[in-house]
Design a protein around this ligand. Structure first.
Ligand code: ADP
Ligand code: MG
Length: 393
């Protein structure tokens, strides 16, 4: 595994973003749109099994300044990296030639065209402080900011639900990542002080109170700097195991398997597929329990569920890695009430829910443990459940 390219850069303020746009493209933007990254509180690898997830939008966002053009030329630039201007033709969008981050906005244009929307050329400047490749969905933040912008400028009239579908199409069929609907749902529908409870079967959404700081807790993200990639075989292999499990058990999706069915499933599945299935089934149940506890009691009640979720991903789904396990175990012994890896796995970030008074000890202990193990120093930062995607200017 290699180290990721670094963490989120500090955001430009709105005036800086607009004047940078004008410098680069020689005209003022039509508007600026923003969309957050997300942290999945609980419910991992349940989305494509038509199950339950509980992510929240974070206070780290991608912002795009956009101007529609009179011809079909697309010009894109990110404030991060030194890649220079990337160009494309809005009338000839080709996944095979799209490179780097620009495949996200181009995928969005393509998906909107597939829906019949007439999208012209455009200029787009991206600025984001969502850490890249850390499992916080910096890619969906870009897609969601872009789709909001293009939908509005093209008069597409898409609902949030339509935009969830269109970004999934962009990811699956243009970017080539077999992702579900969780990331964009959190980014588009999140709200301050809340998590987004999502039923991935009927796409029903309910906001659930999750204001850790009001309960004297902090939610820390520990970015292990170990890079993951959804295009890697691991993600596809887990998906294939889940499909196999559902086939053998004769259900449409693992969503339809309950805790009480596990004993029988053990006799029908090979041991590895059974472990994969057991993770999904127990994880769905943990999401439902977490929602109930958050609604009835508060964030302080869900620590045990976070811990159990991590153990299930480590032992049954086998998507953790030594760095994530060390982060989780150390955070817990340093005073966190619950901790788990978050995101697709094989690297990325862990989260730790800790009493505010233990924050420094958790940070120090994790830093020391990584140094002792000879791992790259992790990035540790607080996140708050924040508002979903919106127009800024
Ligand atoms: P995640 O979505 O978990 O952050 P992904 O691998 O899906 O991880 O997406 C990370 C990719 O998104 C990066 O490799 C890069 O191409 C792109 N990206 C994210 N933010 C930016 C940015 N500000 N500028 C350029 N590219 C970015
Ligand atoms: Mg991503």
């Amino acid at each position: 595994m290699s180290n990721s390219s670094g963490t989120g850069t500090p955001a430009l303020d709105l005036d800086e973003l607009r004047s940078r746009f004008t410098e680069v493209f020689g005209a003022v933007p039509d508007g600026v749109w923003q969309a957050p990254g997300r942290v999945n509180l609980i419910g991992e690898h349940t989305d494509y099994n038509e199950g339950f997830v509980l992510p929240f939008a974070i206070d780290r966002t991608a912002r795009v300044a956009v101007r529609f053009r009179a011809n079909s030329a697309v010009r894109m630039l990110s404030t991060f990296g030194n890649q220079g201007l990337t160009t494309a033709d809005a009338h000839v969008l080709d996944p095979a030639t799209a490179r780097g981050w620009t495949k996200y906005p181009l995928g969005v244009l393509w998906a909107l065209q597939q829906r019949g929307l007439d999208v012209p050329g455009l200029d787009l400047l991206l600025d984001s402080d969502v850490p890249r490749g850390a499992g916080l969905s910096s890619s969906h933040a870009i897609e969601c900011a872009a789709i909001l912008a293009v939908n509005e400028l093209a008069g597409g009239g898409l609902s949030a639900h339509d935009m969830v579908q269109a970004t999934q199409r962009a990811e699956n069929d243009f970017v080539g990542a077999p992702t579900g609907i969780m990331d964009q749902s959190a980014s588009l529908l999140g709200a301050a002080g809340h998590a987004v409870f999502l039923d991935c079967r009927d796409q029903g959404v309910r906001l659930v109170p999750f204001d850790a700081e009001a309960s004297g807790l902090v939610l820390l993200v520990i970015d292990t700097k170990v890079s993951h990639s959804h295009s890697d075989g691991g993600y596809a292999a887990r998906r294939a195991s889940c499909e196999l499990g559902a086939d053998v058990l004769g259900v449409q999706a693992l969503r339809d398997v309950g805790l009480a069915d596990l004993e029988e499933a053990a006799g029908l599945l090979d041991p590895e597929t059974f472990r994969r299935v057991r993770h999904v089934v127990t994880e769905n149940d943990r999401v439902l329990q977490a929602v109930e506890l958050l609604e009835r009691t508060g964030p302080e009640a869900i620590g045990g569920l976070l811990d159990a979720s991590h153990a299930s991903m480590r032992d049954d789904f086998e998507i953790s890695c030594p760095e994530l396990d060390l982060a989780v175990d150390t955070a817990r012994s340093a005073g966190s009430i619950g901790s788990r890896m978050t995101g697709g796995g094989f690297g990325g970030s862990a989260i730790a829910l800790a009493p505010a008074g233990a924050e420094q000890e958790v940070r120090d202990a994790v830093g020391r443990a990584f140094a002792r193990a000879g791992y790259t120093a992790p990035d540790i930062f607080r996140v708050r459940p924040a508002a979903g995607a919106r127009r800024l200017a």
